[in-house]
Design a protein around this ligand. Structure first.
Ligand SMILES: C[S@@+](CC[C@H](N)C(=O)[O-])C[C@H]1O[C@@H](n2cnc3c(N)ncnc32)[C@H](O)[C@@H]1O
Ligand code: SF4
Ligand code: SF4
Length: 406
């Protein structure tokens, strides 16, 4: 009975998972997963077009590392060449940043990708998507856009640390959605400390718009303990590789979980489809103790990452990373053909070590890429869990330590 209940809960949480894309990933993956770490499939490229940004979100997972860095950004011609290589796989592009609309050539970039017959979407804080830019990017063939909106006016402005950003973003989203044509339009709200008790106001603010969906992304962050576990596991698995810096972000800590649960239940309840004209998804779907654990516990992470087998992440200057969270530089598309990079020895080693580790690392704890694998609940506890629960070996002689005072 308990097993059945668990399966039922799991099936409900899957509503936020794009099952078509997952099935495609799984089908291309199976033969590769048993091999030497090579992958023949490439489903999507996350292309970070710039690390420049016009706001300062307090939860941004890039803000303590690369955000605001000036990089020698890939040109339209270089991105077109990358799209040629991606076209051999039929891979799609997800354009993000920093703020992608700070690139004055964004419309040309989208056009270059579309000319090669590939799907392309963009994620934006919406501040620069005025009527004219919106019309031009739709004309270029943009498949979908995700506007960030993190709560009612005062909260959104405070989270982005910029007065007036809510009014501007909502005005631009309203115009874009009104004229959307064939471009699908989504809104995304990060569940942060400041907005967690008023989440239910977000769909009301958007209810007048012909949106294709609203997602709530639970904030991703790592606790100091998870960072330290990550460092121990990384040193053991990759003694030759540089230790990648990972973010901590602002999410850890208590909040009004009862209010949060009430808001979530209303948005997922039977009345939701009557009240709001678009589907609402939570990423991942969390409730009860799982919701509390996400924000107030160190995660005992389990699952299998598909991303490193089927997707890749390219930084603004062409540096290719295997992982969404950790800097895992594998080479640069400016210098090396993409296919060669995706299966070079460091990349294959990364996939093999991930597989040996049980499909996850400690830094995967709240990664949005992990939680889109629908069969995570079947995964075993990763092998490294035992190593990190033992105390860190200490090279100091205990006899020379001062006696603990009572
Ligand atoms: C890094 S931003 C870049 C795109 C654009 N600047 C924006 O904010 O929409 C990509 C997405 O990550 C989300 N995001 C940023 N920090 C996050 C965090 N710590 N947890 C969850 N989502 C986060 C943003 O809200 C946005 O939807
Ligand atoms: S707008 Fe996007 S990139 Fe800029 S700070 Fe916010 S989340 Fe980060
Ligand atoms: S699940 Fe882990 S390995 Fe996969 S992309 Fe996320 S952080 Fe990287």
């Amino acid at each position: 009975m308990r097993r059945l209940l668990r399966l039922f809960r799991h099936a409900r949480s899957l509503r936020s998972v794009p099952l078509g894309a997952v099935a495609r990933r799984a089908a291309t993956l199976l033969p590769d997963y048993l091999g030497d770490g090579s992958s023949r499939s490439l489903v999507n490229i996350t292309l970070e077009l710039t690390y420049r940004c016009n706001v300062q979100c307090e939860f941004c997972f890039l803000k303590d590392s690369v955000l605001y860095q000036k990089r020698d950004e890939l040109t339209v011609a270089e991105i077109a060449r990358l799209a040629d290589e991606a076209a051999d796989h039929g891979a799609s592009f997800f354009l993000t940043g920093g703020e992608p609309f700070l690139r004055r050539d964004l419309v040309e970039i989208v056009a270059a990708i579309k000319e090669r017959g590939l799907k392309v979407g963009v994620n934006t804080n919406g501040l620069l998507v005025n009527e004219s830019v919106g019309a031009r990017i739709r004309e270029a063939g943009l498949d979908y856009v995700i506007f960030s909106l993190h709560g009612p006016r005062e909260i959104h402005d405070c989270l982005e640390n910029r007065k007036g950003s809510y009014d501007k973003a909502l005005a631009n989203l309203t115009t874009f959605a009104r004229d959307k044509g064939r471009t699908r339009v989504f809104a995304n709200c990060v569940v942060a400390k400041r907005n967690s008790a008023v989440l239910g106001q977000v769909p009301d603010l958007l209810a007048h718009l012909p949106l294709d969906g609203l997602t709530f992304q639970h904030e991703t962050f790592l606790t100091p303990k998870e960072v330290s576990q990550h460092q121990r596991v990384w040193r053991k698995l990759f003694p030759e590789r540089e230790l990648p810096m990972v973010y901590q972000s602002s999410g850890y800590g208590d909040r009004d979980f009862e209010a949060m649960e009430r808001e979530i239940a209303t948005m997922q309840g039977p009345e939701a489809t009557k009240r709001w004209p678009f589907p609402i998804f939570f990423k991942p779907g969390l409730e009860g103790q799982k919701l509390r654990d996400w924000y107030t516990s160190h995660m005992r992470v389990k699952g299998r990452c598909l991303y490193i087998w089927t997707d890749t992440r390219v930084e603004p200057d062409g540096l290719v990373n295997a992982c969404q969270v950790m800097p895992t530089p594998m080479g640069n598309v400016r210098e090396t053909p993409l296919d060669e990079l995706l299966n070079n020895e460091p990349y294959r080693e990364f996939r093999r070590k991930n597989r040996e580790a049980g499909g996850v690392f400690p830094a995967c704890a709240r990664c949005c890429k992990l939680y889109r694998n629908p069969i995570n609940f079947m995964a075993q506890t990763p092998a490294w869990q035992g190593w990190v629960e033992k105390p860190e070996p200490c090279d100091r002689d205990p006899a020379s330590s001062p006696a603990p005072s009572s």
